[in-house]
Design a protein around this ligand. Structure first.
Ligand code: PMP
Length: 385
């Protein structure tokens, strides 16, 4: 798919725009420019196209079209869910989340704490998995919301969301899930999940960036993050029409989730088996937990993963470290730290995330180049001593 010869193994960060998606978007970037709120014929046509896109996303989520609110992405959806619920009732100012959430949830929770709310951060075990019993005991009479991610972006570990949602429901607490990484990778069925609110994003499923959705269960009223008459008063601002159309087209690519999943799983397994064969000291993080089929978080050999990432890049291979760039250097992954991994393992970890445009040849090339990179890194460190 790529015009440059890049082997792209970073699909959890973002995905390439699918050609079908670009084609669907093009008219809305050129002649179909009407405002969908306009009473004109042109406006009505654009409004109808938005309706079709909403239906496609709703099908992927197993929800009603009226339950979907388009947003600027999962970051905004997470904000709309947490802020929208937490400002409903001043007597309920406790929120439960986990230590391994995406920064768009964790940083917001820190803000909520600063303005007087209380947040409980549930721990995970050494495989990155959550224990539902910890959730049961954390619920208090003043708990307004539980927010847990469906699948982790760094490790791919899948939380038992249906069970957590059932616990929330029996306690009368609202339940939100950040399903950004789960969308298009595991079946999501809002009609049966017990989830009240769900965040997702188009650019993780070969759609455009800057567009996402918030699922809001029918009957749930909440305070909007952005006021205005669009999206039935739940999210103001003129709709990002081309991006919405792109999201709809991307959702349509995921009719056959099972075929896609088994393809990705085969690629990931060949990557992990190959690496473990070449480097018996390698460790896959979260390997014993239920994981997304496409994600591998792995410490291949001791050392700083930044160096390995740089060498891979030199050979045209794009992957990721779990570390976040911060002023003055990189911070070790909060996810792997929360799993209790030794710091050396955290620092040497890399994330490979395969996608529908990867082929076995990509994995083979990675496996061919890794021993040479290892030799280069070892001889460089020997020189440096
Ligand atoms: N949550 C998770 C789990 C994610 O992986 C991401 C994207 N990295 C986001 C939220 C934010 O999504 P967006 O880029 O659409 O704001």
């Amino acid at each position: 798919m790529n015009t440059e010869s890049v082997i792209y193994l970073d699909n959890n960060a973002t995905t390439e725009l699918a050609p079908e998606v670009l084609t669907a978007m093009m008219p809305y970037l050129s002649n179909q420019y009407a405002n969908p709120s306009s009473a004109s014929r042109m406006g009505a046509a654009v409004k109808a196209a938005i309706g079709d896109a909403r239906a496609a996303v709703a099908t992927l989520l197993g929800c009603r079209t009226a339950e979907l609110v388009f947003t600027s992405g999962a970051t905004e959806s997470n904000h709309a869910a947490l802020l929208g619920v937490m400002s409903l009732n001043p007597d309920k100012c406790h929120l439960i989340t986990s230590t391994v959430e995406h920064p768009s949830v964790l940083l917001l929770c820190r803000h909520l704490e600063r303005i007087g709310m209380e947040v409980t951060y549930l721990p995970v075990d050494t495989e990155g998995q959550l224990n539902p019993d910890h959730l049961r005991v954390a619920i208090r009479p003043d708990t307004a919301l539980i927010s847990l991610m469906w699948a982790n972006n760094e490790t791919g570990v899948i939380f038992p969301i249906e069970e957590a949602a059932a616990i929330a429901k029996s306690a009368g607490v609202l339940f939100h899930t950040d399903a950004t990484q789960a969308l298009g990778k595991i079946p999501l069925d809002m009609s049966a999940s017990g989830v009240d609110l769900l965040s997702c994003s188009a650019h993780k499923i070969h759609g455009p960036k800057g567009i996402g959705a918030l699922y809001v269960r029918k009957g749930l009223s909440m305070v909007p993050l952005i006021f205005g008459h669009q999206e039935r008063g739940r999210r103001g601002g003129t709709e990002n029409v081309p991006a919405i159309i792109g999201f709809g087209a991307a959702a349509q690519l995921y009719q056959s989730l099972i075929t896609e999943t088994s393809y990705l799983k085969a690629l990931r397994e060949s990557l992990e088996t190959g690496i473990l064969g070449l480097f018996p000291m390698a460790r896959v993080h979260g390997a014993a937990a239920r994981r997304l089929a496409n994600t591998s978080n792995i410490s291949i050999f001791p050392g700083d993963s930044e160096a390995l990432l740089h060498h891979l890049e030199e050979h045209g291979i794009t992957a990721a470290t779990g570390a976040a760039c911060a002023a003055g250097g990189t911070r070790p992954s909060h996810v792997l730290m929360a799993m209790g991994l030794e710091k050396s393992l955290v620092q040497s970890s890399l994330r490979f995330s395969v996608g529908r445009y990867n082929q076995q040849e990509d994995v083979t090339q990675l496996l061919n180049i890794l021993p040479k990179i290892y030799q280069d890194i070892v001889s460089f460190s020997a020189l440096a001593v």
